[in-house]
Ligand binder design. Structure first.
Ligand code: GAP
Length: 513
């Protein structure tokens, strides 16, 4: 079995080698936790964004999109609570001088206990074979129950201390659990302090007239401040949603783990405006709907789980994360938050403008409640990319590296090869490229033996390879090879578009759920 760390290193190097993700400003030794998307990465990222946008906006009559500016009036962030409360608890190690998020140190400690549970499951699976019932084992095995209780107790205490701003207790917990600096092993810690995550900048040419601004730490506020504009100009009736994708910025204390936690990243958020009192029902609806969206990509149902929050953000009355099994364990991929009327009320107070909805049925005005779904595009990229990268043993005792991206998300849908670089085959292959490129991203390659060309496309994640050979000249047929099964079929050139479309279209993926 490949160790988690090794698998993750492979993911990072594969992303670079095959033109998906580069370190930002690499020639200057890079910038910590900032990344650039390369020629294939930008396509995968765009396809994930489209898959989200179509599912949320195109498929819902009552959800519309906007694209608000990154710069917002600074009072926005006073009103939203970010100036006062958007901070993480940090702790320094006095010996290594390294800085950590105190809550993450504790959560990582719990993740190690969780690994022990996983190991117990694997052992029991081997022992009981076919008769093994995982659910029953998890709910009855003494050792597992003790581990789980330990995790629950620790996380409950952490949640409570953070909620009460009791940072001394967070430090006490780190000391009681004897958590050491992961790099140096030292347990010599400073006190825990709060650190605001917003980046600030200035707007204006002269020092005297410049205005202090923040780079937005979430896209959501651009939706709240436009709530009434959209509602009125779109004649939207509650319940309705406003969706947005765009950059957000956070001065993360610890930004390791590649594109999992970045300082500049992209969010895909949707705020759903509802009648007060209906939030529980909509919370359940969006939990189910978002999980279905994830599952539609066929990345393994067991790789997802919900994690309900013990500690609620300052704006929420309920919150859950959809967690995904990344190469370094289950971590948050998407948040679903019941934000009450907190944001609209705060913006009403700070702006002095009414942000209410007039309900014609009830003949009354109210401040809507909000259900939010918020997913990091880069994090989704990492989930898709890491889950797709596999080393496969082949029958002839060789291996192949294949990036089994969901075909709907793959940057290039098909590669077209002439078998040889002569006899008119390149011309036919190029004609096929010219015809298909109206519908899909396609790639032409005539270099090296066909087997080698197949391997290159496997590694880059292209779902189909099409080979033009001498028979093509007589009967207008080509060989089409499927990336995952490696199955090859002879088909008519005229059928190619429909064959590819059936496997890569948005409908064929999203309608499976
Ligand atoms: N508007 C709510 C909000 O921003 P959040 O839980 O702080 O909630 C939502 O962020 C999502 O944004 C997360 O689930 C994660 O996918 C992504 N995200 C947050 N911080 C990130 C970071 N530093 N780097 C990459 N993605 C991040």
């Amino acid at each position: 079995m490949i160790k988690q760390d090794d698998q993750f290193k492979k993911v990072i190097s594969h992303a670079k080698e095959y033109g998906y993700v580069f370190q930002s400003s690499e020639i200057y030794d890079g910038l910590s936790a900032v990344y650039d998307y390369a020629q294939n990465g930008v396509e995968l990222k765009k396809n994930i964004r489209d898959y989200w946008w179509k599912a949320m906006v195109q498929m819902h009559d009552n959800i519309v999109g906007i694209d608000a500016a990154i710069f917002m009036h600074p009072t926005t962030w006073k009103a939203s609570g970010h100036v006062d409360a958007f901070s993480d608890p940090l702790i320094d190690n006095k010996d290594s001088k390294k800085r950590y998020r105190a809550d993450v140190l504790i959560e990582d400690y719990c993740a190690k206990i969780e690994n022990k549970i996983d190991k117990e499951v694997i052992k029991a699976e081997k022992r009981f074979g076919e008769a093994f019932n995982k659910e029953e084992f998890l709910s009855t095995n003494g050792r597992v129950l003790a581990y789980q209780e330990k995790i629950d107790t620790i996380l409950k205490r952490l949640g409570k201390s953070l909620e009460n701003e009791d940072l001394a207790d967070v430090k006490a917990l780190i000391e009681e659990l004897e958590i050491a600096d992961p790099l140096s092993g030292s347990k010599n810690w400073t006190d825990v302090k709060q650190f605001n995550l917003m980046f600030d900048t200035k707007l204006g040419a002269s020092a005297e007239s410049a205005m202090d601004l923040y780079l937005r730490p979430e896209t959501a506020q651009g939706i709240f401040v436009n709530f009434l504009n959209v509602q009125k100009t779109g004649r939207m009736k509650i319940p309705f949603g406003i969706a947005q994708t765009g950059k957000a910025f956070r001065n993360e204390i610890v930004a390791r783990q590649f594109i999992f936690r970045m300082r500049e990243f992209e969010q895909m958020e949707m705020q759903f405006f509802i009648k007060p009192g209906t939030q529980k029902e909509w919370f359940d609806y969006w939990k189910e709907t978002r999980l279905k969206w994830h599952k539609s990509l066929g990345m393994g149902d067991d790789n997802y789980r919900f994690h309900d929050h013990e500690k609620l953000a300052h704006y929420a009355d309920a919150a859950t994360d959809i967690e995904f099994k990344f190469p370094f364990g289950f971590k948050e991929l998407e948040g679903i938050h019941s934000r009450t009327d907190f944001d609209l009320k705060q913006h009403e107070d700070y702006s002095g403008k009414k942000l209410q909805y007039f309900d014609h049925e009830d003949n009354a005005s109210y401040t809507p409640y909000v259900l939010e779904t918020s997913i990091g595009l880069d994090r989704m990229f990492l989930a898709v990319f890491s889950n797709s990268l596999v080393e496969e043993e082949l029958e002839n005792n060789t291996t192949r590296t294949v990036l089994k991206l969901p075909a709907v998300l793959a940057p290039t849908k098909a590669a077209v090869f002439p078998l040889v670089k002569k006899d008119g085959l390149p011309e036919v292959a190029k004609q096929i490229v010219d015809d298909l490129k109206w519908s899909f991203n396609v790639f032409y390659d005539e270099k090296d033996a066909v087997g080698k060309r197949y391997r290159r496309q496997d590694a880059v994640g292209t779902p189909f390879c099409i080979t033009v050979d001498h028979d093509t000249l007589n009967d207008n047929t080509v060989t089409i090879r499927h990336r995952d099964t490696m199955e090859q079929k002879r088909v008519k050139i005229a059928e190619l578009k429909n064959i590819i479309d059936a496997e890569v279209s948005f409908k064929s993926w999203l309608s499976t759920i």
